[in-house]
Design a protein around this ligand. Structure first.
Ligand code: CTP
Ligand code: MN
Ligand code: MN
Length: 384
């Protein structure tokens, strides 16, 4: 069926945070192609080009109709020359030679392999590539120096790159909830990240921990980690102390204030998702997770998953929730919109009006959108 002319379908807003972007949309073949180009640009160190492809992909995800002809994109924003060329190829020939060339290239494949090791970014990966390394075995043979996080990432490479399913994320949330309930009754554990956006699987589990009365959450995380560790749940963990000085420090909001780096107390861990049949006798943690196994639809092999545990004081909770729900593209534009259109700095700790020099407190995500003069976008509609 030929698509209707665009005028009949409404205009598309320029910022991602002004649009509703569902998980399932009508243009995946096109967005997959653009996302490969975005990834390739990132691998070549061109952040700007990568963002351009990524923004073009995002806008196509928000269209409530399937693009059939390039002319239909005439009034759609955020589609640059290069993206347009690739889309035209895709629409006319069903594939893009340029994208295929990237997909097949040794550099792209190797960069993808290396950057999938947790803690390995583009810089290190391309260094390895230039040194002639091509496989994970090459890394071992050349006795490449890795930090603890990267070692853990390499050791569990297969498991950690197998998507975490929703029921696993829920089982892990439940375990953390039970442990926390013993230490600090009333504390809350919220599943954020991709799962909150309705994704059926993800690359990790993002958990936000808080307590309704401000300050109660202090000192909680080290205790939680030590119990989880003792119970055999953790294959690896690294604790990051809260690096926050004071929200009142204006410099923080004027300079790097809207960076995605936040200052919460945090623990990055690898959770063991074992087989409760007991392949590892004595692993009480595994058995406990097994008790929650009602959530599983089929037998679980030995596996593990990255879990991000983040602690926030209750006054910052809505900001942390908004910041950790993602998607990364949605967050980036939300912060860009705040700064450019509203002269406000938004991050996972708060919202600051740069001209009035005041904080805008919020008790919910909805209130943050209101402060920004934006229509509320549901988590399920933030899949940009
Ligand atoms: N995030 C953050 N600070 C970090 C790491 C992540 O604020 N140090 C935020 C990101 O901006 C993102 C959210 O946490 O919005 C989730 O990040 P991530 O787990 O990487 O992505 P997901 O969207 O959850 O995707 P996936 O399902 O693949 O995990
Ligand atoms: Mn995640
Ligand atoms: Mn994460």
């Amino acid at each position: 069926t030929p698509a209707e002319p665009l005028e009949e379908k409404g205009q598309v807003a320029p910022y991602i945070c002004q649009r509703r972007t569902p998980l399932l949309h009508h243009n995946s073949a096109l967005t997959d192609a653009l996302e490969i180009m975005a990834e390739e640009a990132k691998f070549s160190g061109s952040e700007v080009r990568s963002l351009a492809f990524s923004r073009a992909a995002s806008v196509l995800k928000a269209l409530p109709w399937k693009v059939e002809r390039i002319q239909q994109l005439h009034t759609v924003p955020c589609i640059g020359e290069h993206s347009r060329r690739i889309l035209q190829e895709m629409l006319e020939d069903g594939m893009s030679a340029e994208v295929e060339k990237v997909r097949q290239s040794e550099r792209y494949r190797t960069m993808k392999l290396f950057t999938k090791i947790f803690g390995i970014g583009v810089k290190i990966a391309s260094q390895w590539y230039q040194e002639g390394l091509r496989t994970l075995t090459d890394l071992q043979l050349h006795q490449i120096k890795l930090n603890k996080e990267q070692q853990a990432g390499l050791l569990h490479y297969e498991d950690l790159n197998t998507p975490v399913e929703l029921w696993e994320a829920e089982a892990i949330s439940q375990v953390v909830r039970q442990v926390i309930e013993q230490i600090l009754p009333g504390a809350t554990v919220t599943l954020t990240g991709g799962f909150r956006r309705g994704k059926p699987c993800g690359h990790d589990v993002d958990l936000l921990i808080s307590h309704p009365s401000e300050g109660e959450e202090m000192g909680l995380l080290p205790k939680v980690i030590s119990i989880l560790d003792r119970q055999g749940f953790l294959l690896y963990h690294s604790f990051h102390r809260s690096s926050f000085l004071s929200l009142e420090d204006e410099e923080l909001w004027v300079s790097g204030g809207s960076s995605t780096m936040d200052h919460f107390e945090r623990c990055l861990s690898i959770f063991h998702l074992g087989d409760p049949a007991g392949s590892r006798p004595g692993a009480t943690g595994v058995q406990k997770l097994g008790a929650l196994w009602g959530l599983a639809r089929r037998p679980v092999p030995e596996s593990c998953a990255w879990v991000d545990l983040v602690v926030t004081p209750s006054s910052q909770f809505p900001f942390a929730l908004l910041g950790w729900t993602g998607s990364r593209n949605f967050e980036r534009d939300l912060r860009r919109f705040s700064k450019r259109e509203k002269k406000m700095t938004l991050n996972s700790h708060g919202l600051y009006h740069l001209e009035q020099k005041i904080f805008l407190p919020a008790a919910s995500e909805e209130e943050i959108f209101q402060h920004l003069g934006l229509e509320y976008i549901l988590p399920e509609e933030r899949n940009a």
